[in-house]
Design a protein around this ligand. Sequence first.
Ligand code: ADP
Length: 326
Amino acid sequence: MEKIAILCSGGDVSGMNPAIKRFVEYTYAKGMQPFFVYNGYEGLIDDHISEAHYEDVAGIMIRGGTKIRSARSVRFKEASYRAIAAENLRQKGISKLIVLGGDGSFRGMEHFYNETGIAFCGIPSTIDNDINGTDYCLGVDTALNVIKNAIDSIRDTASSFRRAFVIETMGRDCGYLALVSAITSGAEVCLIPEIPIDIHEYKGCFESQIRKGRDYFIAIVSEGLKNSSQVARWFEDELGFESRVSVLGHIQRGGNPSVYDRLMAYQFVTHAIDALQNGNNNSVICYTKSHFNFKSISEVALNPYTLDEALLTLGREQFAPSHCQM
Ligand code: ADP
């Protein structure tokens, strides 16, 4: 019986558990034997690898995070530890691996494949949605829904107290989460690395809005800019508006997986297992223009991600200070 393992590496996302459930079910359906690797590449090195059963995945569909845990591994960057990891898999007769992770994890896998020939398929998983070559990464939809709920709640209190709220979203250097959240929550301001805006340009327009009765502001700021507190201070100093910063932080990574992430998890895993069975040994399953397609590691991990141009155009139109409604 062919043996195949799954692991999660790097930041965890909601949607990993549905992927793990599908992995076990579909592997058995295909006549193969499924294995879990716990704690990412650390578990590969430490031989934290065990056979997976149906009962292991019962009831995990609704849970965020990952049942088999995730980790970052400094040791895996060294060839000597990768050799130990490969030996652990060989000892168990495991020749195929599915990796839920980001571009760093895939770069690690490329070394591993070149050195050991152990086949793998990567599934892009990060809430930042910043992996080149795929329009969608597992976990993004759940994160966006968590952010939406947070912004909606903050808006209630902001309007009751006449405050400006600066809400900082994750995303590292990628403004995707901030931009989509700002558009879909009707924020007044969206500041992301990809659309440079000088907050001072809003001053005249916002003063006019205040005169007409505006009693709150919502500004969404991407963490990559590292300027949330300066923006909050601007509302206080320039507009006389009491302000607060709300750093959403790790709540964005958790939560009950959305319907979309559950479905995407099922489809990503199905394609990954099919690919490995068909001899596609060294690829990442991507989702572009509403279709699944396989890409090489170099295409995915070695090029920087750029935000979709149509989305950027929407953002520029929506949030340009020159378009601010007086
Ligand atoms: P992500 O996969 O989300 O981008 P990281 O960049 O933290 O997250 O990478 C996850 C893990 O992948 C690292 O802890 C390391 O074990 C492995 N990794 C990353 N880059 C390399 C590399 N160049 N060579 C070997 N392993 C790597």
